[in-house]
Design a protein around this ligand. Structure first.
Ligand code: ADP
Ligand code: MG
Length: 674
């Protein structure tokens, strides 16, 4: 016999025995194109076929695998022959098992023919007679088959129509046989202690000798995935460090001191700690690349202001990028209030508007004498804006620091474009979505991370209640009472407009009803499809308490600061992620009054109600994000599409913190040697 040629992971699947045009198409549906893809096609479960249960031992409702020969098979008809079902009876010497298929297929009769031996996996519905409906079955044949599919722990892979578990398993087996020895170590320079070589790991993950092999092998393959991500991230960072010198932006305290003195509160120790880290970066040899994480309300804006003042003291321009116009406006107001007394110019650039607190042409920065009209001594040296900042018109001369608020809405590419506006300015990225460390190290692998892990004192408590829709009449009464006491309220629905399906509430459709429910109090409507000036008008009226309640979509999620608002009602809460609800909750509890966060989920989704209880139990954003990651995956937390998150086949962001950390350390060591 001529020797069978060796394959490499790049070989096309047609190189495998048994793969022709038809199967290629099926495999393509699973995004399997090369032999290597097949090797990485992770099993979805395993079956222990080293010993089978006897049919006589089957228990009601407990899934198990048995092995038996068909002793009878046939079609049963009823309803005058209009309905048909296929049934066959297996025998293994201990007892008989009836299997039924209620949707008969044309091939059933041929395939399940008397005398053939099968493996049968399923849950008995009844024991008299022993019956399993729609079992997974596998025909036992001789030869190679006996070796691959029985007498061992076998993998069951994700499948597609027309492709059986058995065929998939055979293909993986053949792929391993012909190319496993050729699977190279991806990074021979990285030594992995206590884990199998990659080629062994691939065999073990598909055909383990013991169940413990599976996890052992998975860890190796997951680590490889995390290592690739870390290389991409850390190489980018290394390139930056090699090319760029940090601009001297650490300042000399002459603006920060009076700023803090007039602020009206003392910084928390967490804020102070973070500012120390930032100051060290701003005076360092390389441009700062830092992520600031802090729960909603933890006081990131003041930290941003102090960082900005350091750069301003050093004579550099600062740009702050906000995710929405209304947040940019809000920052603009805050910064004007804070910086005007220091004689500093602030300018806002949003899509349509360019505003500034400087009324006339001003003296230049070095001139330093007060402007007669406004008291502003300097030309605008702090610019706040939205996407307008990325556009061509904005090119400040000495851009020293870029601050991006709520980064996860932007993505890496936009961040890069803004930073390229200057000669490698420092970068501070702020996010209120606490990101589990695994994701942080991956998505923000090229950033250092600071965390504000403490809330300012003197806040009112926020109490959280998960309620079923039946409780709504009581909730509305409670809301009226709170407004009666002078407080304000947010009401949040998922949609802007009714989709027609009627399952989920829409703000435009419910507005009249809500107005009627709360009359004579005044209600505002806020959603993403309003024009920017309309939104601003509504927000201004709400801030001034001309409106007592705001019916809104999640546009209120970001940054809105109205300390007198103490109640938030969210309906159809089952449609939101936990982290997103936590963000919404951050809009209340900003003043001294006790606040109430009421989340109402549809009774049709008891699992969702259970999930929402996490919010009743904790206000720790990190814990909530971890729970979300476990329940809904990383997409919600970081916007997977734009984050550059790789698809993982073996790694799992919810579980693999130690692997992510190990990958990060290994890669930074390897790059250090380069
Ligand atoms: P976030 O981190 O969500 O952006 P903000 O910066 O908007 O939080 O802060 C929320 C509120 O807390 C603001 O009104 C801010 O002025 C106030 N604040 C920030 N730091 C402190 C502090 N150390 N002590 C008291 N209040 C503070
Ligand atoms: Mg904020």
């Amino acid at each position: 016999m001529p020797p069978v040629p060796q394959l490499t992971p790049d070989s096309p699947l047609t190189a495998l025995l048994g793969v022709g045009d038809k199967r290629v198409k099926m495999l393509e549906r699973l995004e399997l194109r090369t032999v290597g893809d097949l090797l990485l096609h992770a099993p979805r479960r395993y079956e222990d076929r080293r010993k089978f249960l006897a049919i006589a031992e089957l228990k009601l409702g407990e899934a198990a695998t048995v092995r038996g020969k068909i002793v009878a098979a046939g079609v049963k008809r009823w309803k005058k022959g209009t309905r048909a079902m296929f049934e066959c009876v297996f025998d293994d010497g201990s007892a008989r098992l009836h299997c039924r298929w209620w949707q008969m297929q044309t091939w059933h009769e041929d395939y399940y023919s008397v005398g053939r031996e099968f493996l049968i996996f399923g849950k008995p519905e009844s024991l008299r007679p022993r019956t399993i409906d729609h079992p997974e079955t596998e025909l036992i044949e001789g030869g190679e088959d006996e070796f691959i599919h029985v007498n061992r722990i076998v993998p069951v892979h994700p499948l597609t129509e027309g492709l059986t578990a058995r065929m998939m398993r055979t293909l993986v087996w053949r792929a391993l046989d012909r190319c496993e020895p050729l699977v190279a170590e991806p990074h021979p320079e990285i030594v992995l202690k206590n884990l199998p070589p990659r080629s062994n790991a691939l065999r073990m993950v598909h055909f383990p000798n013991e169940f413990t092999d599976v996890e052992f092998a998975r860890q190796r393959l997951a680590l490889d995935e995390f290592i690739e991500v870390q290389f991409a991230m850390q190489r980018r960072r290394k390139k930056l460090l090699a090319n760029a010198r940090g601009l001297p932006c650490a300042g000399d305290n002459r603006l920060i001191k009076p700023f803090l003195a007039r602020l009206g509160f003392a910084l928390t120790s967490a804020q102070t700690k973070v500012l120390k880290e930032i100051r060290a970066d701003l005076g360092g040899a390389h441009p700062m690349r830092r992520l600031l994480q802090g729960d909603v309300g933890s006081g990131k804006t003041v930290v941003a202001a102090c960082a900005a003042l350091m750069a301003l003291e050093s004579g550099f321009h600062v740009a702050i990028r906000a995710p929405t116009e209304s947040l940019a406006e809000q920052h603009y107001r805050t910064f004007c209030e804070w910086l005007e007394p220091l004689g500093l110019g602030v300018e806002a650039r949003t899509g349509s508007v360019k505003t500034s607190n400087i009324q006339h042409s001003t003296l230049n920065f070095q001139g330093g004498s007060a402007h007669p009209a406004s008291g502003i001594q300097h030309p605008a040296s702090l610019t706040i804006g939205t996407h307008a900042l990325i556009e061509a018109g904005f090119a400040p001369e000495r851009l020293g620091l870029v601050i991006i608020d709520e980064q996860h809405k932007f993505g890496v590419a936009q961040r890069e474009r803004l930073v390229r506006k200057g000669a490698y300015p420092h970068l501070l990225v702020m996010t209120a979505t606490p990101i589990p460390r695994t994701l942080g190290l991956t998505v923000y692998g090229d950033l250092d991370i600071s965390v504000i892990d403490e809330m300012p004192a003197g806040r009112g408590r926020v109490r959280t209640f998960v309620r079923a829709a039946e409780a709504l009449p009581k909730v509305w009464k409670f809301i009226r009472d709170e407004i009666g006491k002078g407080r304000q309220v947010f009401i949040v629905y998922p949609r802007v407009e009714d989709s027609g399906a009627g399952e989920v509430k829409a703000v435009t459709a419910e507005f009249e009803k809500v107005c009627a429910a709360l009359a004579p109090f005044k209600i505002g409507l806020l959603h993403g499809r309003l024009r920017a000036d309309e939104k601003e008008r509504v927000m201004t009226a709400f801030r001034a308490n001309h409106l007592q309640a705001l019916l809104a979509t999640t546009v209120v999620e970001v940054g809105v600061n109205v300390p007198n608002a103490t109640v938030m009602l969210v309906e159809n809460a089952e449609t939101f992620g936990l982290a997103q609800l936590h963000q919404l909750r951050g809009r209340i509890g900003r003043g001294a009054h006790e606040s109430y966060f009421i989340i109402v989920a549809s009774a049709k989704t008891p699992a969702a109600q259970e999930r929402l209880k996490v919010l009743e139990d904790t206000s720790d954003g990190f814990k909530i994000a971890e729970a979300d990651l476990k329940l809904r995956g990383p997409g919600d937390l970081v916007g997977a599409a734009q984050s550059g998150l790789p698809p993982l086949r073996f790694g799992n962001f919810a579980e693999d913190l130690h692997l992510v950390e190990r990958a990060r350390a290994l890669v930074s060591e390897a790059l250090g040697r380069e």
